[in-house]
Design a protein around this ligand. Structure first.
Ligand SMILES: Nc1ncnc2c1ncn2[C@@H]1O[C@H](COP(=O)(O)OP(=O)(O)O)[C@@H](O)[C@H]1O
Ligand SMILES: [Mg+2]
Length: 351
């Protein structure tokens, strides 16, 4: 029998999505095919210390005071960074894996950071001619230097309601919907705490209606495939942090109630977005739709390390497409090795 592959499952991390990562990792550790893989748990606590074995287990259980132990990526064939947000999904840890020459699940440095930055992501979408809502990007410095000018710039380009977002966060943290100038001021002030770059977007659905939200799973490297489309029905005015993780008001509908043409369009857009951002492995691609009239569909964002519990949208979309959770994990590890092998063919020096 062939030697089992040594897989490191990385979880926790310094981002605001630490807890979400623990939930995803616990699911992965439970489901991963132990006949194929020898599994090592590697936890990163909120202070950024790396923990292995028992210390990692205590962190997984939410006991933050775990003892630090030395961590090495050595001896592993591949790592699965089940990390969301800053320092996990933004290319930084991917850079560490590149330096260490180790295979890893998901997108590389460039794709991860492009997929994290809503401003850069939108520029790549525009270049790929993907339909998206009009938006304005402001630097925190510009907002702080002249709030009046920043607001005039937003009001000249967009109609209320608008969505104000820090460019580089996830899980709806720091995001607000603003219905007028007063709310816009508060929203910019809040978002400016979280990032040096702020994105303001036209609200889909306008004053009267709520946008419909669709999500698609993309899986693959150079030949990515799209899952069936799912719809999220947020219980609240928008899909904020609480609606995402805390309340039970958000119901997924899989497959989404859409015409065949609409779902084909969304799936094609998802693959185009994956390519536009130079992603690999996996991504959940999210869309917004005008609920009435022409039912226009806009791309919202890509998520390079989407929520990954067994009941999260990404695994559920693949389950509905015919790939079980266990097989999905195996496939992602295979894709990581495939990408690593493909990259290893590249020559980095002249001799
Ligand atoms: N332009 C928009 N129009 C309507 N709703 C939006 C818009 N942008 C964001 N939202 C709502 O806010 C939520 C969070 O925004 P999103 O850009 O997806 O941020 P995050 O990266 O934190 O998930 C979306 O799921 C949706 O409910
Ligand atoms: Mg989102």
């Amino acid at each position: 029998m062939a030697k089992k592959l040594r897989v490191g499952i990385l979880f926790g991390g310094r981002s605001g999505e630490h807890e979400v990562s623990l939930l995803s990792a616990a699911s992965v550790l439970k489901a991963i095919d132990r006949r194929k893989f020898d599994v090592a748990s590697i936890g990163i606590n909120k202070a950024g210390h790396w923990l292995t074995s028992e210390a990692a287990q205590t962190l997984l259980k939410g006991e933050a005071e775990a003892v630090q132990s030395n961590v090495a990526l050595g001896g592993l064939d591949v790592v699965f960074p089940v990390l969301h947000g800053t320092f996990g999904e933004d290319g930084t840890i991917q850079g560490l894996f590149e330096l260490a020459g180790i295979a890893y699940v998901g997108s590389g440095v460039l794709g991860s950071s492009a997929g994290m930055d809503k401003d850069v992501m939108k520029r790549l979408f525009a270049q790929a001619k993907l339909p998206q809502v009009p938006y304005v990007t402001l630097l925190r410095a510009e907002w702080e230097r002249s709030p009046r000018k920043a607001i005039a710039q937003v009001e000249a380009a967009l109609k209320y309601p608008v969505f104000v977002k820090p460019a580089n966060l996830g899980s709806s943290v720091g995001i607000s919907k603003a219905h007028d100038r007063k709310e816009l001021t508060a929203a910019l002030r809040l978002a400016a705490k979280y990032d040096r770059k702020l994105v303001v977007e036209l609200g889909v659905g306008g004053k009267k209606a709520k946008a419909r939200e669709f999500e698609v799973g993309v899986l693959g490297n150079d030949v990515p495939k799209a899952s069936v489309v799912g719809e999220i029905v947020p219980g609240k005015e928008f899909y904020d942090y609480e609606a995402k993780y805390l309340s039970e008001g958000s119901v997924p509908v899989i497959p989404a109630r859409l015409s065949k043409a609409e779902s084909t369009q969304i799936r094609e857009m998802a693959v185009a977005a994956f390519r536009a951002c130079d992603l690999s492995g996996l991504s959940r691609v999210d869309f917004l739709m005008e609920p009435e009239g022409k039912r226009r569909i806009y791309i919202n964002e890509v998520n390079t390390m989407p929520g990954f519990t067994q009941i999260s949208m990404y695994p559920k979309l693949w389950e509905a497409t015919g790939v079980s959770y266990k097989d999905l994990i195996t496939r992602l590890i295979e894709l990581a090795l495939e990408r690593h092998a493909e990259k290893s063919r590249t020559i980095y020096s002249r001799d």
